[in-house]
Design a protein around this ligand. Structure first.
Ligand SMILES: [Zn+2]
Length: 404
């Protein structure tokens, strides 16, 4: 049976909460008639105007937000997955559902103000205006304040759905948090992820099982690994690192290779969009015109192109960091495997295909050495997160992995 929540893997509790709230929201609309939702409507279903979806990367924060948005726009109020409200919301084309995906390192204040303004208008479909912010932890302080104002004095038919790794004050301001209902999501089990890859994406069961394990239950990454040969090649290159660390020179080489691979991956992922954006802007601005006033117009064009280049540079930096982080997560899992083996822990390895190398490592390093290496990888992630230059952080990590 189709269902707006079908892609939300292994999150039964959250789905239950959201279904109840959607039903309560539908009841509010029925009793409200045309105008505002009247005071005193039964809040039993826990419907409220601002929500935060938290959970580790890959747990499905934005999937949950979108599914809930569909249920709110569903003509049956259930998230049937089939009616026009569900369908257009899930396809990303519903007029009353706005999705904010930060492209650079943070969501700017202008973007947020424009959004808040539009969100205050009457829903064209007669149900709700829904605003989804996929990485609310990446709002700038000014943008966060603009959002707070809207959340504090919500327009009657507007619902804000924010996604963030956690409700820690570093991720979401305490004042916004205090006005939202929190839906915690967990890391889905690898079996649940494999099941959805088979059912929804038609991936062979054995492939689905190993990619789900290798990506530690990250649905999007598991699907990419199953489908994209380049993603598999990148993962193999990262997992070859431990074997290659034979000396100082090799450690620096491995650092360069890792950084360059992340840069190449990021470049490939943004190049097409960048070129299309630039072409569109140039066409819109009539660049290259030679008529009267073209010189004056060209100065304005140059300014706008500069703006675009700034935004694109920010997006490229973000893509690079994300690519590098994915590589570090894979590498950390390798040392976690070695640690588990050294401790004799009864858990299956994340990377079944490098289990033998991890075993050899466990024998020579012992648990202590495996743990130190795992910590070196995690310290590198933390350093990059706090803006240490990636090359410096990765070189320090490689040296630590070699020396142990
Ligand atoms: Zn529906």
């Amino acid at each position: 049976m189709p269902d707006a929540f079908a892609d939300l893997v292994g999150q039964d509790e959250a789905v239950e909460t959201l279904r109840r709230a959607a039903a309560a929201a539908a009841a509010m609309l029925r009793t409200a008639g045309e105008a505002e939702v009247p005071a005193g409507v039964d809040p039993g279903g826990g419907m409220t105007h601002a929500w935060i979806f938290t959970g580790p990367p890959g747990s499905g924060r934005s999937v949950a937000a979108r599914a809930f948005a569909a249920a709110l726009q569903c003509v049956h109020g259930t998230g049937c997955g089939e009616c026009p409200g569900c369908h257009t919301t899930l396809a990303g084309t519903h007029a009353d559902v706005r999705l904010v995906v930060p492209e650079g390192l943070s969501i700017g204040v202008n973007e947020m103000r424009a959004l808040v303004l539009r969100a205050a208008s009457t829903p064209s479909g007669g149900r709700w205006q829904v605003v989804i912010v996929t990485d609310a932890d990446r709002l700038t302080e000014a943008a966060s304040n603009a959002l707070l104002k809207a959340v504090e004095e919500p327009p009657p038919r507007t619902v804000f759905l924010l996604c963030a790794p956690s409700t820690h004050p570093d991720d979401i301001s305490v004042t916004i948090r205090s006005r939202c209902r929190v839906v915690p999501l967990r890391q889905p089990a690898a079996e649940a992820v494999a099941e959805v890859l088979v059912r929804r994406d038609g991936i062979a069961p054995d492939v689905a099982r190993w990619t789900a394990a290798a990506t530690q239950g990250h649905v999007g990454r598991a699907r990419r690994l199953a489908r994209d040969p380049q993603a598999r090649a990148r993962r193999e290159a990262v997992l070859a690192v431990p074997r290659r660390l034979t000396g100082v020179g090799a450690a620096f080489d491995a650092a360069s290779a890792l950084i360059e691979a992340a840069e190449a991956e990021a470049e490939a992922s943004v190049a097409e969009v960048d070129a299309a954006e630039r072409a569109a802007l140039e066409t819109a601005l009539g660049a290259g015109g030679t008529g009267r006033g073209a010189a004056g117009a060209a100065r304005g064009v140059a300014g706008q192109l500069k703006d675009l280049e700034r935004r694109q540079k920010s997006r490229a930096t973000r893509a690079q960091r994300d690519a590098l982080d994915r590589a570090l997560v894979d590498l950390a899992a390798f040392y976690r495997d070695a640690l588990a083996i050294a401790l004799g822990a009864p858990v299956s390895p994340v990377h079944a295909d490098t289990a033998e190398v991890a075993e050899a490592g466990a024998r020579s390093w012992q648990a202590e050495g495996a743990l130190r290496r795992l910590e070196a990888v995690l310290a590198c992630r933390a350093a990059i997160e706090s803006n240490v230059k990636p090359r410096i952080a990765v070189e320090a990590m490689m040296l630590a992995l070699w020396k142990g």
